[in-house]
Write a protein that binds this ligand. Structure first.
Ligand SMILES: NC(=O)CC[C@H](N)C(=O)O
Length: 282
């Protein structure tokens, strides 16, 4: 048996409230570790907050996000646990909505969002560029201060997955799940068993049902562990986010967090048997 314990969370982040956001992030990691989890997933853009709107255009916002990440990486937060953190990253002259994957005080990959949310209430294209190069990872030179502090010069940046000795893990960012050819389809064909979806998804009548159907359909025929993390509560804009972080395995919901909670941090932990994923064929 290949047992894996994973943790995802509902966090009540606030746009530009870096101190509050960091407090919640740290609390969620501490609880994930306490439960014995080796993967911790947080919501989309959790370091800055999702709804920073035109503050995303200010360089300071990105700089503060790096400072927060540095703080996390200089402490023991990522020791023995793969953490996926959401934050904006500038590469070249473009701003990307990214998941930064960290383990043992190092950044191991930066995964920019491929499909931005730009309909209904969403305007991500105003602040971010969608990453379109799917054929290869690029080398991203870390900002000078980060690279000095971490003794790490660069990190793979782009679309890909992380191959561990006993499983492969990949990120999917919110909207990507709802596209006609979601990344998890291609990733599953490459042996990825664990998918981490970081979201900033607002509440709308019957949307939870829609999301759950998507998690189930992502894993019910090809197999897989689908982790979902969502922002919880308002975050300064006009949207209300309804949490409901969960873990779905091979089409079955095995752990689900609350909806409409007033708690700032809720961690959802699940133990999964990866062999059940490996053997899963409908
Ligand atoms: N942040 C996003 O990508 C939002 C995506 C999607 N429209 C949702 O509400 O879940």
């Amino acid at each position: 048996m290949r047992l894996l314990k994973v943790a995802t969370c509902n966090l009540n982040q606030w746009a530009m409230d870096f101190d509050c956001n960091m407090k919640n992030i740290k609390e969620s990691i501490a609880r994930a570790k306490e439960a014995g989890a080796v993967i911790r997933l947080g919501p989309e853009l959790e370091i800055t907050g999702y709804s920073c709107e035109d503050h995303f255009l200010e360089l300071d916002t990105i700089t503060h996000a790096w400072d927060c990440l540095k703080d996390l990486l200089l402490g023991d937060w990522t020791d023995g646990i793969l953490c996926s953190f959401g934050m904006p990253v500038i590469k070249g002259s473009e701003r990307y909505n990214c998941q930064v994957l960290c383990l043992n005080r190092k950044i191991i990959m930066i995964r920019p969002k491929l499909w931005l949310a730009n309909d209904g209430n969403y305007r991500e294209l105003r602040w971010f560029t969608a990453w379109k190069q799917k054929d290869q990872l690029e080398d991203f030179l870390l900002p000078h201060e980060i690279s000095e502090a971490l003794c790490q010069k660069s990190v793979p940046f782009g679309y890909g997955f992380i191959q561990f000795l006993d499983t492969a893990v990949a990120v999917e960012v919110c909207e990507e799940l709802f596209t006609p050819i979601p990344p998890h389809a291609d990733l599953a064909l490459n042996g990825v068993e664990v998918f981490m979806n970081a979201s900033g998804s607002h509440h709308q009548l019957r949307k939870l049902d829609y999301r759950i159907r998507a998690f189930i359909s992502a894993t019910h025929s090809r197999g897989g562990v689908y982790m979902y993390s969502n922002q919880q509560g308002c975050d300064g804009g006009r949207l209300y986010f309804d949490g409901c972080s969960c873990v779905v395995v091979n089409g079955d919901m095995i752990a689900q967090g609350s909806q409409f909670s007033l708690r700032d941090v809720e961690v959802v932990v699940a133990q999964v048997d990866l062999d059940a994923v490996g053997y899963f064929v409908v």
